[in-house]
Design a protein around this ligand. Sequence first.
Ligand code: FDA
Length: 308
Amino acid sequence: MLRSSLLFASRSPAARTLVETTPLTRPVVDRFVAGAAVDDAIRITRELVDSGRLVTLDHLGEDTVQTTDADATVEAYLRLLRLLQETGLSENAEVSVKLSAVGQSLPKGGHRIALENARRICSAAGVVGTTVTLDMEDHTTTDSTLDILAELRMDFPWVGAVLQAYLKRTEGDCRDLASAGSRVRLCKGAYKEPESVAFQDKHEVDLSYVRCLKVLMNGSGYPMVASHDPRLIEITGDLAARAGRKPGEFEYQMLYGIRPTEQLRLAEAGHRMRVYVPYGDEWYGYFMRRLAERPANIAFFLRSMLSR
Ligand code: FDA
């Protein structure tokens, strides 16, 4: 119920104004977001890389309805990629892109515009020697995102994508994408989805995650295990060992600010551990999805509001 309300609020302009204008929201946001400026993103990336972790950077923004905003997002990624190269970080840091931020949700020709914009980002990533992973948004975008992935991979075979275990279709999508060179970031899923397309029960989502992970581990692609769930992390180790995968042949991924001690433990044990680092001004939707995921995050936020 609370999760549904927060996910509903994540797309409500009125709730957005309320949350954004509450002065004490900021310290809570800072726990999950690297900062507003690209320099903040570079500084945090440097700290994470120096501690043995890998990074994927997300320039915050989604559901763009103006072509100029989509263009500005592309420019922000091009600048970020140049800076990653100049600072020597491009070997250990890649970028994650939400297609709705680069035009997918534009009313006219959104799919084609997002493809061309994503292509520009992939070209720049190729030049600096890093990779791009396409985030997955709500289920109405899944087909478009997977079609764009297929188009991009013809020129940039290293482009990866997120799949969401809560969607009933995902086990099949994992089978389609478990081939050589394919990079799949498997997560549980963070949007409010109807019962017709998504498992609603947490346990069912976890079971689906394990089924999907088995497909990816037994395939010949590169699985990226995006979860903070201790049970799934343990199961990942077992499935990888059974599939004969060595530590460099898959990776763990977690969000910035969540379970940092566990991130370090996995990195120190010799695993590839990548942290998803969001930065920029458009933090609202991302932040509300993090609150919806975990009651402890909400309690932290409410305490900040009440202590005003
Ligand atoms: P879940 O939230 O069910 O938590 C399971 C357990 O993990 C908890 O019981 C607790 O033990 C532990 N845990 C979780 N949060 C914790 C915390 N803050 N502190 C301590 N322990 C904690 N979603 C999407 O729809 N599209 C996308 O493109 C992406 N991309 C993405 C990239 C990466 C790298 C990650 C890690 C996640 C995403 N997500 C996403 C978000 C994802 O779908 C999901 O909402 C969150 O990862 C939360 O799910 P968990 O698997 O962590 O389990």
